[in-house]
Design a protein around this ligand. Structure first.
Ligand SMILES: [Zn+2]
Length: 344
């Protein structure tokens, strides 16, 4: 088969890889119909040191079950399925808590002899636990939106759920990338009526408005904080969904949240220190968020996509074939594309 492999900064290639085969009775082999390029893939693209053996890329994919091991009971060849961005058994104590990211048997695609998602096929461990059947046709126009369940929309949902967003919550979303826009959509879906989106890219914040943002703040840093304070009578919002991961975004979040409010982080932190000292304590600010246990949310979020209530797949603004995957990475790195869909 052919698959996307990263060799170093800016060096991603599409090349031949061994065809995936069932290795354990709980495996399934999935032929990929659609895969996403994630912001974290872009982080690898920007920072991977050269000189290592190639790393198969991609953890957002959906496709068709081609083969299932003898221990797989819920799936059969021909099923359309979506995977969460980490595989998990869905049976251990952490999975039972809905914390599939901590699954005792879980792991990442592209590591430990497991294929990446940006290729023609993937061997999926713990297939019964990891894969969720999609009641849609293989050529459904809903596939891009269903693909967002693997990670990006589930992550936006996780940011909002962790902050306990509901109809009474005023929300600030920091970041107009695909995760930030997904957080806007998720907050709106949970009932939030006031959503301030902090982002600088007019085309992206325009989609944010369509997703439910009521106000857009294009300033950065202290100026963004001043604007958000202005908009909220000096208080700040009940919740801040931090979808960037930079130290600046965290500082803006502390400035934008009201006393007693919640900061929920889903951007992968690029910092190791932050303002968690006495000021945070005196203001009774709660800090939450983390890696999204996407598998816990898929069944809950899927019906609104199937019913056309939400269309999170609109974050994909560029679709490429597998051979164009390197061009897709470049387009995202150059910010010519918000998020890239690969159709192997
Ligand atoms: Zn588990």
């Amino acid at each position: 088969m052919r698959a996307t492999v990263m060799y170093g900064t800016g060096d991603v290639r599409v090349e031949a890889r061994p065809d995936p085969k069932i290795q354990h009775p709980t495996d399934a082999v999935v032929r990929v119909l659609a895969a996403g390029v994630c912001g974290t893939d872009l982080g690898t693209y920007a920072s991977m040191p050269p000189g290592h053996e190639g790393r198969p890329m991609g953890h957002e994919f959906l496709g068709v079950v081609e083969d299932a091991g003898a221990g797989v009971s819920d799936l059969e060849a021909g099923d359309l399925v979506v995977a969460a961005w980490r595989y998990s058994d869905n049976t251990c104590r952490y999975c039972a808590m809905g914390l599939h990211t901590s699954c005792r048997n879980g792991g990442r695609y592209g590591f430990d002899d497991v294929d990446g998602g940006q290729g023609e096929a993937v061997r999926v461990p713990y297939a019964d636990g990891t894969l969720v059947k999609l009641p849609a046709s293989l050529d459904s126009a809903l596939l891009p939106s269903l693909l967002t369940l693997t990670d990006v929309f589930s992550t936006g949902h996780h940011s909002a759920v962790s902050a306990e967003v509901d109809a009474r919550t005023s929300v600030t979303v920091i970041g107009d990338g695909a995760v930030g826009l997904s957080a806007v959509l998720a907050a709106r879906r949970l009932g939030a009526e006031r959503i301030i989106l902090a982002g600088r890219h007019a085309d992206r914040t325009a989609l944010g408005r369509e997703f439910g943002a009521t106000e857009v703040v294009s300033e950065r840093g202290d100026e963004a904080v001043a604007k958000i304070r202005d908009l909220t009578g000096g208080y700040g919002t009940d919740a801040v969904l931090e979808c960037v991961g930079s130290g600046t975004a965290l500082a803006t979040s502390f400035g934008a949240v009201r006393d007693g409010g919640v900061i929920s982080r889903v951007g992968l932190p690029q910092y190791t220190e932050g303002p968690i000292g006495a000021a945070m304590m005196m203001r009774n600010i709660k800090l939450t968020g983390g890696a999204s246990p996407a598998r816990a949310y898929i069944e809950e979020l899927m019906p609104d996509i199937l019913d056309g209530v939400i269309e999170p797949g609109r974050v994909f603004d560029l679709a490429v074939g597998l051979d164009e995957a390197p061009a897709g990475y470049r387009a995202m790195a150059d910010r010519r594309a918000l998020k890239v869909l690969i159709r192997p």
